[in-house]
Design a protein. Structure first.
Length: 473
């Protein structure tokens, strides 16, 4: 099946949202069933249907999700370690470029300044993963693992951008060593322009805000397309300068070397006479992974890992689709950030009004988001802190978005003061159950014991265990 990138994205979304039935026998194969029952991410809220209620028996996918999260974190950590080893050497080699110490140091410093937040995101995701492993209730464990999603997406996209920035620094190093005809001032302007293009995305990812991270990660193909064009432009300029200096053969070798060592090599055109990647080039799913022609774009193991994370709700299908497009090199034709999808634009026709339209979420359209409900009552924050809810397991992490009517119903109506008079009001009910349980055991409840009680009540109140960080009041 040779399809364009849009078809591949659709396949990833469908396969990523499919549930996996447990094996019925030693030699039996997995059977996929469709399980996409939630509202789109842009809606920022979930509609309650029978399919959205967590299973009473626990989530059999939780162990697979745990393994997939660990594997992704290790992969990103390896990338960051490699970058951290390379930056000091580049800083040393470019320190005196153009007889102006410190001019290029700012660019290596910019790369080094991204490492702390990237490692911090990995550390926070690792901490949540370790904490999830201690939780007995499988639905609650899956809910905690989903909290790692924004951190994983930010780390994956941030590491990719940082590796790309490293490519530009390598390019600057090689250009100054091998191409003295390319002016230092021109190279300085080039790097400054690239940094300005990259900085907004880095800032959004570093915020670790789920909505900003999601939007930035989904728009990565467009940004990588811009950066690829910048990289290619500098390459072509350096090659032209060398050819004007009479070094034609050296110029060809120079271009080929840069293309091979670059992390952007998938998106860069091959040495002449190859042409840039076009939309007509098909992607296929084979036994070895996703392939473009004879080249493996991503391995089957990577696809399976991403499918597990999408299925568990840890990361979103659009983010995975964007990553595949980048690996496949299909970024040069990526649509502008937040442009209407091509099918929608074709249906509406061509006009200034349609060209001005942009795809946006509820907030961008002026609509209020669904309220966030603190599962663990905020007024008892200190009570929970004494029982281990600190750091990455702070009670602000355990928030869920509910429809306004659902949120009011569990709190006893629109007036919270009157709602507190109802014994089954959520906050009153949870604290009563926890205190009774603590009185029965004669000791402080552990964090896992508290989460087990809360998970039971969330199932009873039909509250999905899809947590997202909330704000402290």
């Amino acid at each position: 099946m040779r399809e364009g990138v849009v078809a591949l994205c659709a396949v990833l979304i469908v396969s990523g949202c499919a549930g996996v039935e447990p094996r019925t026998g030693r030699g039996s194969s997995r059977v996929l069933r469709q399980g996409a029952t939630f509202a789109p991410d842009d809606a920022a809220e979930r509609r309650r249907t029978p399919g959205t209620r967590p299973r009473q028996g626990g989530d059999p996918i939780a162990p697979l999700t745990h393994e997939a999260v660990i594997a992704v974190l290790e992969e990103v950590k390896g990338t960051l370690d490699g970058i951290a080893r390379t930056l000091p050497r580049l800083a040393k080699n470019t320190k005196g470029l153009g007889d102006s110490d410190g001019v290029f140091t700012r660019y290596t410093d910019y790369g080094a300044s991204q490492l702390p937040w990237l490692r911090g995101a990995l550390a926070r995701a690792t901490s949540l993963t370790d904490d999830a492993a201690t939780v007995e209730d499988m639905d609650m464990r899956s809910g905690i693992l989903r909290l790692t999603g924004p951190r994983i997406e930010a780390a994956m996209s941030g590491a990719m951008l940082l590796a790309t920035w490293l490519d530009f620094l390598r390019l600057a190093e090689v250009v100054r060593q091998e191409c003295p005809y390319y002016g230092v001032e021109r190279l300085f302007v080039d790097l400054d322009r690239v940094q300005r293009q990259m900085e907004p995305a880095m800032t959004a990812l570093a915020s670790l805000d789920p909505e900003e991270v999601e939007a930035t990660a989904t728009a990565m193909p467009g940004l990588m397309g811009q950066l690829t064009r910048e990289f290619q432009s500098i390459q072509d300029g350096a090659r032209g300068a060398m050819e004007r200096g009479g070094r034609v053969v050296a110029a060809a070798q120079f271009l080929e070397m840069l293309t091979l060592v670059s992390a952007l090599k998938a998106t860069l055109p091959r040495p002449p006479p190859a042409a840039p990647v076009m939309l007509g080039v098909g992607l296929m799913m084979g036994s070895g992974g996703v392939m473009m022609g004879s080249r493996i774009v991503v391995t089957a193991e990577w696809v399976e890992r991403m499918r597990t994370l999408v299925q568990a709700g840890v990361i979103s299908a659009p983010v995975v689709s964007a990553a595949v497009r980048i690996h496949a090199g299909q970024v040069l034709m990526a649509q502008a950030n937040q442009d209407l999808p091509k099918g929608v634009r074709d249906a509406l026709g061509d006009s200034p009004e349609v060209r001005a339209m942009r795809e946006t979420g509820r907030a961008g359209a002026g609509m209020s988001s669904a309220p966030k409900h603190h599962v663990l009552p905020q007024e008892h924050r200190e009570w929970f802190e004494r029982r281990g809810f600190k750091g990455e397991m702070d009670i602000d992490q355990f928030c869920v978005r509910l429809e306004q009517s659902h949120h009011e119903a569990i709190h006893g109506g629109g007036d919270w003061r009157l709602g507190r008079l109802w014994a089954k009001e959520w906050n009153q009910n949870i604290m009563r159950l926890l205190r009774v349980s603590e009185s029965d055991t004669g000791r402080l409840l552990t964090r896992d014991e508290i989460l087990k009680i809360v998970a039971t009540e969330m199932r009873r109140f039909d509250i999905p265990m899809t947590f997202s960080p909330g704000k402290r009041r």
